[in-house]
Design a protein around this ligand. Structure first.
Ligand code: ZN
Length: 449
């Protein structure tokens, strides 16, 4: 190498460590993105005008920040619209219940029935067919608070499959103790599964305080009769992914994902405006640091939160289908979708962790408190999962999920819950790791084969 090319190299790119330290000092681009997204558009349910407008806004914003190849990729989907909703205890004495319909659930014109409680999904599944005819099934299982958020996955089966299993046993309605760790009078919504193009019975999540109340009534030997009302509906609509590149010198791509859609109760700040801001902030730092070897692609996915009754591809699967021909050029991917609290560990596949790239990544991240995770990255998340299934190497920057499920999918998911210092630490970790990957010539695909 001669002196000129050495000088060129030195002036071309900021080092990953420099980007990391710059982000820790305060990332304004990413945080501003989150602030504007949540403030201008509020809730952004999949397929809603707010989600569509937010996608156009995001594309404009990314262009203004200097991203290239910025465009929207649309796909058809059914939009679920929450209506007026109410859950009431009718007997032994009338009482209101704080509850919210599960996403996808059908309307209910005052469906009444007696509650039959189950301590878990396994218990519900063990009930014989026909044993719940005309009843309201109630799965009353608590969500365990865990740093890695695993308690959500365990409790989540009841939200996904509960209404289908209850309907198969004859139930007229389904209630769930909210999947949340808060213990507040706050209902957590979330998607439930479709069967034959519909959610078979009305389905609601009740707050943990109300679940306790129902539990006490049952323990006192009372027959608890409830009425479920909802005017929810499904309409044909469309959603879209926003794709934006920081072009590199080669055609290889490192893909960063997060989702633009949110639930309708809050403003989707921790789920997942935070993720979009973290990856946009990190990519912008990399762009400002000089041209990298590989392209850094940001994908802000649409419709992560809700399924499609006709099982059509949503954000993640639409991207994987649309880009099938160039998936061989995708050398690494990861997504940010667990709020804005600090990253504590990096998950890499075993061969990547053992490679020079993996070791350098951990060396870069250790000063900001990110250690090697003992967990494998698996599918990486809902949005990048379809890429990982097609062989794209994946990493996970594991965020502290200890308090995430206190407000996840509730009216309390708002901007004020984002801790700025922890948000900046996220941007720092993403900027450093992605800058390293984008400037590396290591064949990570070969490593994971
Ligand atoms: Zn999310």
């Amino acid at each position: 190498m001669n002196l000129t090319s050495l000088l060129l190299l030195l002036t071309v790119a900021s080092s990953p460590a420099e980007l990391r330290d710059k982000a820790i000092a305060g990332d304004h681009v990413g945080y501003e993105f989150v602030t504007q997204l949540t403030t201008l558009f509020g809730p952004r349910p999949a397929g809603s005008p707010a989600e569509q407008k937010a996608a156009h806004w995001a594309a404009d914003r990314l262009r203004a920040l200097g991203f290239e190849n910025v465009h929207l990729e649309t796909f058809p989907m059914s939009r679920w619209i929450r209506g007026d909703e109410k859950v009431e205890i009718l007997s032994p004495n009338p009482q209101p219940v704080v509850a919210t319909a599960l996403g996808g659930a059908p309307a209910a014109a005052g469906v009444e029935g007696e509650i039959v409680a189950f301590a878990s999904m396994d218990e519900l599944i063990a009930a014989p067919k026909g044993s719940l005819t005309g009843k309201i099934a109630f799965v009353d299982r608590r969500t365990t608070r865990m740093q890695n958020g695993q308690g959500y996955g365990i409790a989540g089966a009841a939200r996904a499959r509960g209404p289908i299993e209850a309907a198969e046993r004859g139930a007229a309605g389904f209630l769930l103790r909210s999947i949340g760790t808060d213990g507040e009078r706050r209902a957590h919504t979330g998607a439930t599964h479709f069967r034959d193009g519909k959610v078979p019975i009305p389905a609601f999540a009740v707050s943990s305080v109300d679940a306790d109340q129902i539990g006490r009534l049952l323990q006192m030997g009372q027959k608890v009769r409830v009425r479920l009302t909802s005017t929810a509906s499904l309409v044909e609509s469309q959603s879209q992914n926003v794709v934006a590149d920081i072009r590199g010198r080669t055609d290889e791509i490192v893909l960063l994902g997060a989702h633009l859609d949110s639930w309708d109760l809050g403003t989707g700040a921790i789920d997942d405006a935070a993720g979009t801001g973290i990856i946009v902030g990190a990519a912008k730092l990399i762009a400002d640091g000089g041209k990298a070897r590989r392209t850094v692609r940001v994908v802000l996915y649409g419709s992560e939160e809700i399924g499609d009754p006709q099982r059509r591809p949503l954000g993640g699967s639409s991207y994987a289908l649309a880009h099938e021909a160039e998936l061989g050029k995708h050398v690494l991917t990861g997504e940010s979708d667990m709020g804005a609290d600090r990253i504590y560990a990096l998950s890499l596949s075993e061969p990547v962790a053992a490679s020079a790239f993996g070791k350098e990544a951990l060396r870069l991240l250790a000063p900001i408190g990110v250690l090697q995770s003992r967990e494998l990255p698996r599918r990486g998340g809902v949005d990048v999962g379809p890429l990982v299934e097609k062989g794209v190497p994946v990493f996970v920057l594991n965020q502290d999920g200890s308090r995430y499920f206190d407000i996840h999918h509730t009216a309390e998911d708002t901007l004020d819950k984002i801790d700025r210092k922890q948000f900046d630490q996220n941007v720092a970790a993403w900027a450093a790791l992605i800058a390293l990957a984008a400037n590396s010539d290591a064949d990570l695909r070969e490593a994971v084969k």
